[in-house]
Design a protein around this ligand. Sequence first.
Ligand SMILES: C[S@@+](CC[C@H](N)C(=O)[O-])C[C@H]1O[C@@H](n2cnc3c(N)ncnc32)[C@H](O)[C@@H]1O
Length: 273
Amino acid sequence: MKGHVVFVGAGPGDPELITLRGWNALQAADVVLYDSLVDERLLQGLDAELVFVGKRCGRHSMRQERISELLVRHALRGKRVVRLKGGDPTVLGRTGEEALRLAASGIPFEIVPGVSSALAAPAFAGIPVTHRGLADSVCIVSAHRRDDEQEFSIPPYSPRTTVVLLMAGQTAQSWLGQLLVRGYPANLPLAFITAATTAKQQVLVTTVGDAARSVAKAEFGGSPTLVVIGHVVSLRDSLAWYGEDAPEAPVFLAAASERDNGATNRSAVSCVR
Ligand SMILES: C[S@@+](CC[C@H](N)C(=O)[O-])C[C@H]1O[C@@H](n2cnc3c(N)ncnc32)[C@H](O)[C@@H]1O
């Protein structure tokens, strides 16, 4: 009997941000292949074989073809396989390649969307990615460029578009110069958001012109980092609700905060201007 594969988005960091459907798929799984951005508390207590296929401590991740092969192999053994990925599995997550491989082998699969960091991180930083009068479109872009690619995909400046750059922390010095070349004003606000939705969340607000200097002093501590660029970043001054800039810690998050090693959300966030 052939098994099947369920691609599940684990959400952006806080394990409570997985979907109910994703959670149910995990409980029913025989095998779970998971990435490094997945909070391992989601795996506790599962009656499943757990296979880590991500990158850890700078070591190379398992090759993409090998991951696809494993999915096929487990499914052909009749297993219910969950492929657990950070955020949403279809946002810069290589789900398409893995699903194409399954389709070619006639293996049934499902995709359970997740809460992408591209939207959750700005939300937890008090930055709505659209806002009437400020932005009516959002562009999610990879800041990672393969060696054989000449250009970053950063679009030319458009005042009503918010740009969210993923994989942006360690690559900042290479893409920052491109913003001015593409017409982004030097005084346009820009926010680096690190370890969003967790007790380690940090938000660094700066401008396109000052970003190179600010980021040289910043420490992201190896945590995942994305960047939001656009006028909506200025709303954080009034809308910060999570972390030390929040007027008070929301009651419904207090339990989650205690759960995260006793750290409080308020003390875990810093904002440098
Ligand atoms: C390979 S992409 C995968 C994105 C993922 N599929 C999603 O929807 O969030 C990894 C990048 O997502 C961003 N990211 C993921 N989790 C994050 C978090 N908790 N805080 C900030 N950025 C995060 C970082 O830019 C990181 O380098």
